[in-house]
Design a protein around this ligand. Sequence first.
Ligand code: 2X7
Ligand code: FE2
Length: 296
Amino acid sequence: MPKGRIVAGLLAPHPPHLIYAENPPQNEPRSEGGWEGLRWGYERLRADLAKIDHDAIVVLSPHWQTYVGWHFLGVPRFDGLSVDPIFPHLFRYRYGLDVDVALAEAIEAEARSAGLVTAMMRNPDFRVDYGTIVSCHLTNPAWDKPIVSISSCRSAAFYNIDVMQAQAVALADATVRAIEKSGKRVVLLASNSLSHRHFTSEGDVPEDMSREHVTSHAQHLWDMKIVNMLKSGRTREVVDILPEFSSQAIAETDAGSFTWMLAALGFPTYPAELYAYGTVIGTGNAVMGWFPKEAP
Ligand code: 2X7
Ligand code: FE2
């Protein structure tokens, strides 16, 4: 069996507004569109991903929050209705998704033997979080690949962000070891926004783009600093300044998803593909991709 490998790492943010704007059959509310820049970026990402053979998608989501360790979906199939707790008028999505349980168990076992606290989620009625659902839908709306979904252990909140970073790197190493042993070709998704301070009020038409802008100039400057560093391959430096970025820009990177993905890719020094940057209710979102070269 050939060694498995990561074929792509994607920064795949999950504002539910993007699904609302697309009007897919799974989502009940209807819209007139909106946030086209980000959605067209996702379109280009999907076109690139379609050229890359892959067996599974592994996603780490900030909205599956666990305080005792890192959890993994461990049931082959989940069906349900996901309703966004803050935006129930925009996101009521009927999902049906397949899980690569063997890969999930393999990553969990590697992580546990590296000393991380872990658990498998074996409840078939568990409601899958909207971060996992939105990032997976926007990356693969056909849902024709099994996923592995990993929770965000809130070590940044429970201890501090340095503990989160150390654990996310250990989880990344475990993820790589499990993927290599599996023989599979795998896509990783870091499901998170960049700056994350959002508006506290909404207009009558949520998709009215005349209202959309970044929350503050400071948030914009932080996002541009991070995006420009990623575009020029400075991923290790990004992870080094991530604690400062996460606290000053209230960034969603405190979840560990982004550190995990960049570490699993081996802190790439080649430029990232930037598909889009755009704001959603004031938060900063970049859709980006890293495509490691196959060893000759
Ligand atoms: O979860 C989110 C998010 N990360 C960004 C924007 C809007 C809503 O939800
Ligand atoms: Fe979020």
